[in-house]
Design a protein around this ligand. Structure first.
Ligand code: ZN
Length: 531
């Protein structure tokens, strides 16, 4: 009797299982998402990130029967050492290679439009085999074929399913590039909803977003899922570190990867027989455990050879690092680093007698790597992906403090505006309101440190970009200031060569007992306590 009952229970359970488990259709879609990539090759001596490892992952997924689509969240043409020579055509070549393996859809990032004239954008779009997407901006380059190439309310087929894609780019009001050949709509949520409604009307099975926006804007757009349930996820760029906002009934998932494909996302979408999509998203770290793709390496080596042809001195040794100098974006955009310190220190003497203060936005330092052992000319070329001319102005202590608050605004990690500094030390409480976070700003006085004097005037060296209000810094323009001069790249090169001639190594450790940047973990904690 008992046996029969348990048999019956088991049978009931089996029936329950087969009816509740979604019956999947064969071979779903896997989206592979990356963003903010500036290199044809990998970073950290080839050990981390890079398209080659992305290709390996894509091929593995295809071998498992997945329909792989590659999504790129923007920022690839500029800035880099190579883009100074080829204006991003080396990246287009690399992305075309990926597109040949699995279709690649890219939204433009702000850096695609770093050039004031449209010529190089025209060349890049014409050279692209992958799709350029954009719903809130239009190209008016004057080249009709290029302007028409930008896809709006894009859809693609996978088996019998249609996927709709909307794509949005940061407008100038939020830090995007203002250009004569670009027209923007900065009402992102409205454009997204209009595009989504259009895609729904066309009967698509799934809707996704590919964006180049600030994370909080993406999260706001993700809320459209409450009214548009087919909206499954948004993947984006612009931030250079992984970001994740989980999905609910009311909100789509938002994901971003780390720069240079150090960390990417793989998102499986499978449809059950009733057409309902199930998602499985996972963050994938591309390190030495992921093999390089032999075929891609041929392309990568081709561009390396071309680069050395143009700059045979690139691998020349110009100095020696005393310790690994940290130029990784995760470091220079979040905290004090020894490489940032060395550069900011050089800046102070850009105009003769050293200025009291200098600072530079971490986002100007583009190497995203360590500079170790032998310092090569290439390390300088990669650190400064674009020319950066300096200016010296004079500010009162009170003004300086106000200017610097902009460097500690906002929430979350990885801000390109985070400053690397020289000549002072600053203590910040991030739990306080924006623009009121500097708890203490101190300057040296003999052996001691004292609070900056509000009325006193200090000479300050900054990149011209920041002087003109870039990255949200509001520097008074009514003071005598030098014209833009002294290119930072050569100043740093000169600093290294002089040290080398004097038999000195470059770099000093960040001193935990006397940091230039100190972040309070709790408000009651004191600033700058030596231990
Ligand atoms: Zn960007």
């Amino acid at each position: 009797m008992m046996n029969r009952l348990s048999m019956l229970l088991i049978l009931l359970l089996l029936v329950a299982c087969t009816t509740t488990a979604p019956r999947q259709q064969e071979g779903g879609i896997t989206f592979v998402h990356l963003n903010d990539t500036y290199r044809v090759g990998a970073v950290e001596d080839g050990k981390a990130g890079g398209f080659s490892r992305v290709v390996t992952l894509v091929r593995e997924l295809q071998d498992q029967g997945r329909d792989v689509r590659i999504l790129h969240g923007g920022d690839f043409l500029y800035p880099s050492l190579e883009s100074q020579l080829w204006n991003g055509l080396q990246m287009v070549d690399a992305m075309n290679f990926m597109d040949d393996i699995a279709p690649l859809y890219a939204v433009s990032g702000n850096h695609e439009f770093d050039r004031r004239k449209p010529d190089h954008v025209i060349a890049a779009v014409r050279a692209s085999r992958f799709d350029w997407l954009g719903d809130n901006y239009r190209l008016n380059t004057g080249a009709d074929d290029v302007d028409a190439a930008l896809r709006q309310a894009f859809t693609f087929q996978s088996g019998d399913k249609t996927v709709g894609v909307f794509a949005l780019l940061l407008a100038p009001v939020d830090g995007g590039n203002k250009r004569d050949y670009l027209e923007y709509d900065d009402d992102y949520v409205a454009v997204a909803e209009k595009t989504i409604a259009g895609l729904e009307a066309r009967g698509v099975d799934l809707i996704i977003g590919v964006t180049h926006l600030d994370m909080w804007t993406d999260v706001e757009i993700a809320g459209l899922k409450a009214r548009h349930p087919k909206l499954a996820f948004i993947v984006g760029g612009h931030e250079h570190e992984p970001e994740y906002s989980p999905g609910t009934e009311m909100s789509a998932i938002v994901m971003k990867g780390a720069s240079n494909a150090r960390v990417i996302w793989a998102i499986d979408v499978d449809f059950d027989v009733d057409g309902r999509a199930t998602l499985r998203e996972r963050k994938v770290t591309l390190d030495e455990n992921v093999a390089l793709d032999a075929e891609y390496e041929v392309l990568s080596n081709k561009w390396r050879a071309r680069l050395l042809e143009k700059f045979p001195f690139l691998e020349a040794r110009i100095g020696t690092a005393a310790l690994p100098l940290d130029g990784r974006e995760v470091a220079v955009r979040n905290a004090e680093t020894n490489w940032g310190n060395f550069i900011a220190d050089q800046m102070r003497s850009a105009f003769g007698e050293p200025a009291e203060f200098a600072f530079i936005n971490g986002g100007t330092l583009r190497i995203d790597d360590f500079v170790e052992d032998d310092i090569l000319f290439e390390d300088i070329g990669r650190t400064f992906g674009f020319s950066s001319f300096l200016r010296q102005t004079t500010l009162t202590g009170a003004e300086f403090r106000k200017v610097l608050e902009a460097g500690y605004r906002g929430f979350g990690p990885s801000k390109g505006y985070f400053p690397q500094v020289s000549g002072f030390r600053v203590c910040v409480d991030r739990s306080r309101n924006e623009f009121d976070r500097i708890v203490s700003l101190q300057v040296p006085a003999g052996e001691r440190w004292v609070e900056i004097i509000d009325e006193q005037e200090y000479r300050v060296v900054v990149p011209d970009f920041l002087y003109r209000g870039g990255d949200g810094y509001d520097i008074p323009q009514d003071r005598p200031a030098t014209p833009p001069g002294s290119e930072l790249k050569y100043l740093v090169l000169d600093g290294i060569l002089r040290a080398q001639a004097a038999g000195e190594e470059i770099g000093a450790p960040v001193d935990p007992r006397n940091p230039r940047y100190f972040e309070l973990e709790e408000s009651e904690q004191p600033c700058f306590v030596a231990y």
